[in-house]
Design a protein around this ligand. Structure first.
Ligand code: GRF
Length: 212
């Protein structure tokens, strides 16, 4: 049983997609053991608690400096002892020590087709504003392993979404969430939970499903 820790900062719709997918059997061999947010007002914490999942807030604002936060944050993560850590709209930089300790066990959902519209400054609505400003016809979402860079780790899954006439950043964000994020994040977790994901030379290989 894959033990999942989900890190959140906002509304938690991606967390909700994971919880629903575990409940309906889309994701097997996995459970969401805990949720941590840096934002005490994150509705994601309410979603977790409503689902009976242990949820806590650990915020950099509650510590004298970032180094102390990183230390306490990593202690809390280690105490949960997750098999994988899912960044679902988590807006705090992951400590380098945590990336090293959980190498290829931290995954992130990014609302673009990496390498487009990613890296420092590209998060949330800003991604969709940039895509509309560039005039691209196709956007999408990416699930990738987290490494020391920003949105630079090995790509696990991607899903494309069409831009439509009259899209605003908000409309486009919602379509990318509904049609891509909420599908490929649970799918990636199910693949990992069932031993079908391997990283070879910094590229992800998805193994064929074993014939039952
Ligand atoms: C989404 O736009 C997601 O792509 C990005 O952060 C936002 C999180 O939304 N990573 P939610 O908190 O999962 O609703």
């Amino acid at each position: 049983m894959l033990k999942i820790l989900v890190l959140v900062s906002g509304g938690g719709t991606n967390l909700q997609a994971i919880l629903d997918a575990v409940d309906d059997g889309t994701v097997t061999n996995a459970e969401v053991a805990a949720v941590i947010s840096n934002n005490k007002n994150a509705y994601a914490l309410t979603r977790a608690r409503d689902h009976g999942v242990d949820a806590q807030c650990i915020s950099p604002k509650d510590f004298p400096d970032r180094e102390t936060f990183n230390e306490k944050f990593l202690e809390a993560v280690d105490a949960i002892a997750p098999d994988i850590i899912v960044l679902a709209g988590f807006l705090v930089v992951i400590p380098a020590e945590m990336i090293a300790r959980y190498r290829n066990r931290i995954i992130n959902i990014h609302p673009s087709l990496i390498p487009a519209f990613c890296g420092t400054g590209y998060y949330g609505l800003k991604v969709h504003e940039a895509a509309l400003a560039r005039g691209v016809k196709v956007v999408g979402a990416t699930v990738h392993f987290v490494d020391e860079g920003t949105d630079t780790g090995p790509i696990i899954l991607q899903k494309a979404v069409e831009v439509q006439e009259g899209d605003t950043p908000e409309i486009l964000q919602r379509r990318v969430m509904e049609q891509a994020e909420w599908k490929i994040l649970p799918r990636a977790i199910d693949l990992i939970a069932n031993g079908r994901v391997a990283v070879e030379e910094n590229k992800v290989k998805i193994k064929e499903e074993e014939q039952r």
